[in-house]
Design a protein. Structure first.
Length: 293
């Protein structure tokens, strides 16, 4: 393996440690940041993610309240719960675990979360503020990916970057963050023609598709930074179940300059950034009471 391994677990551990110290200081003012986690239905992967997020939050001193709801829940009931959480003075952040069941309109739901408590950064207000450079809460996965890129190269101005995948939650905000950092950005998607050749021009490759082994060694420019966001559960030929990303890791690692593993790359950083966003949301929303105290 020629590439340096970008260790998301280690970086997340360091960020979580720093955050824990800040949460302890905040606790001396009587404030404990609180994250409400809303999970609708029984998707096993979502349950696993929610457990990991709650465990990580508690480990840094952030309180969590989980709302596990029936898959048949009416959209109106979910909106009513969000409204209660929006008004609840003890709730600093609201996370709606995606995907939602098909009968619920995800856009309606994400729009219902108060922008100040939208720790996933999905509300149109936060999206608009981010895109226009007016602030806005940054979505956790792209934020984590940027931290990982920075560990390899602090200044990425002028580099060619490609983001493969254009979802609202990963691809588009990722492209925007790379653009803000001074990269020349290509966004590729399922309709892109000639993707391997386009990808091979990029100094930074971020893949968020959900297709194991999509990105091959010959797609990668020698020395490129490769960030694999994909999470795919596969069963290998020996019957063993495991997690892999969207990049054919072993072969890509022979060409890239630095690469994230799956698991242990972007995943832990997504959670670390969620906790950072929750802490910041608590500070911003409760600034007046902190000053008064
Ligand atoms: P999505 O399904 O919403 O979007 C997938 C994107 O990939 C689409 O824009 C589509 O056009 C593009 N695409 C599909 N096939 C393609 C192909 N052959 N070539 C090029 N582009 C193609 O997915 P998402 O929610 O953005 O998630 C993408 C992946 O990232 C999934 O594996 C998901 O599990 C993972 N993910 C990981 C984290 C994390 O913390 N590591 C967070 C969110 C999502």
């Amino acid at each position: 393996m020629a590439a340096a391994l970008i260790d998301g677990t280690a970086l997340a551990r360091r960020l979580n440690g720093e955050l824990k110290a800040k949460v302890e200081v905040l606790a001396t003012t009587g404030i404990v940041p609180c994250l409400a986690v809303v999970l609708v239905g029984d998707d096993p992967a979502s349950h696993t993610y929610v457990r990991s997020k709650s465990r990580a939050a508690r480990a840094v001193g952030i309180a969590t309240v989980e709302h596990r709801l029936d898959a048949q829940l009416a959209e109106a009931e979910l909106l009513a719960l969000i409204e209660r959480l929006n008004r609840d003075p003890e709730t600093d952040g609201i996370l709606i675990q995606l995907p939602l069941p098909k009968h619920i309109d995800v856009t309606n739901v994400l729009k219902a979360v108060h922008p100040a408590k939208d720790v996933d950064g999905f509300h149109p207000t936060n999206v608009g503020e981010r895109v226009t450079g007016a602030g806005g809460i940054i979505p956790c996965t792209p934020m984590g990916a940027m931290f990982l890129i920075e560990t390899v190269r602090a200044n990425i101005e002028g580099l060619d970057a490609i983001v493969i995948g254009m979802s609202n939650i990963v691809g588009k905000p990722m492209a925007d963050l790379l653009l803000s950092a001074g990269c020349t950005v290509t966004v590729a998607h399922i309709k892109t023609v000639g993707l391997p050749a386009i990808c091979r021009r990029a100094d930074i490759v971020v893949v968020a598709v959900g297709k194991p082994g999509l990105v091959r060694a010959e797609w990668i420019k020698p020395g490129a930074i490769v960030i694999d966001v994909g999470i795919n559960r596969i069963t290998s030929s020996d019957g063993e179940k495991r997690l892999v990303g969207d990049v054919a890791f072993e072969e890509a690692a022979g060409v890239a300059g630095a690469i994230t593993p799956v698991p242990g790359g972007v995943g832990p950083m997504t959670i670390a950034c969620l906790l950072l966003n929750t802490f910041e949301a608590a500070i911003s929303r409760r600034a007046a009471s902190i000053r008064a105290g």
